[in-house]
Write a protein that binds this ligand. Sequence first.
Ligand code: PRP
Ligand code: HPA
Ligand code: MG
Length: 183
Amino acid sequence: MDADDAGTDLARVLLTKEQIAARVAELAAELDRDYAGEDVLLVGVLKGAVMVMADLSRAMRIPVSMDWMAVSSYGSGTKSSGVVRILKDLDADISGRHVLVVEDIIDSGLTLSWLLANLGSRGPASVRVCALLRKPDAAKVEVDVAYVGFDIPNEFVVGYGLDFADRYRNLDVVGTLAPHVYS
Ligand SMILES: O=P(O)(O)OC[C@H]1O[C@H](OP(=O)(O)OP(=O)(O)O)[C@H](O)[C@@H]1O
Ligand code: HPA
Ligand SMILES: [Mg+2]
């Protein structure tokens, strides 16, 4: 689905599919350099990270493994509840492995800070984060994100994996939602 298909539901397109693809390719090249020769496990955080995981992993040239976790803090609203639940845990044992958490967005940082503590307690060789989007002005906790695609304004966004009430994930751009959709 593109911005035209979304019609008046989108207030503004923040990132076009070309901008997203170009930045994902740059991040992949950086990861190829930093993890060359290492055993790296990409951990995608469902469901939002599906698109960036698919595109980032395919743009990488080094071999990787992939696993998934499902945690949810937003439910169907536009505000983080701050309460993180594990809906699906990793299949892999990460002890001694280099873990790269792949996220669509760091908003308040609450989800990630909880996740990093949780993964860190499992004895990995390293844990780093790659997030397509980050909202610097929304941070409630500081989390160290090694790889960031774009810093964006503190507005609720949808597309490229990001949802509102489980919709708009299949939008090929990232944009802000018109108020009539959620009010
Ligand atoms: O920094 P935070 O304020 O914690 O927000 C970021 C998290 O919120 C979203 O997940 P969500 O709970 O909406 O689940 P979903 O990916 O299945 O939509 C997003 O994918 C991140 O995981
Ligand atoms: O801006 C957002 N949009 C969609 N999902 C989100 N989860 C955290 N922030 C956002
Ligand atoms: Mg969501």
